[in-house]
Ligand binder design. Structure first.
Ligand code: ADP
Ligand code: ADP
Length: 236
């Protein structure tokens, strides 16, 4: 069974100040297989972020059904939604690190929230920092790091609670091309070595071309094409 499945999913936002409602996601049906790196591409305003927020249960679909790791997201209570979110790691364009905490403190944060005991927390943080190559930065603060290092901290934090799915929302858009390649190499390792399914949301064609197994192209809320990256880009 697919790890993420959307069936006829739409999200309509009420119009701002009584204006016309916006259909941000319009009747989307896609399946993402476990172990895939799946790209969602499209211009700004196409509905990519809303799609991610639906998968992560941060928005509730207006219609359609969404299942994540076998659990139906649509029509669930807050407790079930928290469980769905716990199985999903997220990384962001602006990294979203806490400036008042060290690198180790940022990576440890989701473990604290999950009430993982201190000794286990320290061991897990050490393991994660080693995986992303930042062991020597454990005591540094985010403002002492380069953009690429910050995103590696973001990835370590997202992996802390061992999610099966990693959602990457414009995760390289703030980085220069060389740093982008480093982060993409790390994401490939997350996928290949840890077996984590990755959903990459981006407007950068090069990103999907370089790491995605399959992609969906979004336009005006609709998925207008799904396929292997090679085929989609070969299509004139
Ligand atoms: P993308 O991530 O591809 O840039 P978004 O999902 O952010 O696209 O936005 C899709 C559309 O939905 C846009 O027209 C946007 O203005 C609208 N939209 C997104 N979030 C909201 C919201 N909370 N309220 C009203 N409209 C929204
Ligand atoms: P706290 O100790 O209050 O949880 P810290 O920011 O000191 O917050 O560290 C966060 C976590 O990372 C703790 O579990 C800590 O044991 C662990 N940690 C601290 N320093 C290192 C390090 N150099 N290498 C690996 N893990 C570390």
């Amino acid at each position: 069974a697919p790890i993420v499945s959307l069936r006829g999913v739409s999200k309509v936002f009420p119009g701002r100040r009584g204006g016309t409602p916006v259909t941000a996601v319009d009747d989307v049906t896609i399946d993402i297989a476990e172990g895939e790196i799946f790209g969602v591409i499209g211009y700004s305003g196409a509905g990519k972020s809303t799609l991610v927020r639906l998968i992560n249960a941060l928005e509730i679909a207006t219609s359609g059904t969404i299942t994540v790791a076998g659990a139906e997201v649509t029509g669930q209570g807050e407790r079930a939604l928290r469980r769905v979110r716990a199985g999903i790691g997220m990384i962001f364009q602006q990294f979203n690190l806490m400036g008042s905490r060290t690198v180790a403190g940022n990576v440890a944060y989701p473990l604290r929230v999950a009430r993982v005991p201190r000794a286990q927390r320290a061991a897990r943080v050490a393991e994660l920092l080693e995986f992303v190559g930042l062991t020597d930065k454990a005591r540094a603060y985010p403002n002492q790091l380069s953009g690429g290092q910050k995103q590696r901290v973001g990835i370590a934090r997202a992996l802390a609670t061992s999610p099966r799915i990693l959602l990457a929302d414009e995760s390289t858009s703030a980085l220069d091309p060389e740093t982008t390649q480093d982060v993409l190499t790390l994401l490939r390792r997350v996928n290949a070595e840890l077996g984590i399914t990755i959903v990459v949301i981006t407007h950068e064609m090069d990103v999907v071309r370089s790491i995605c197994h399959r992609i969906a192209v979004m336009e005006k809320g609709k998925v207008v094409e799904v396929g292997e990256a090679y085929d989609v880009f070969a299509n004139p």
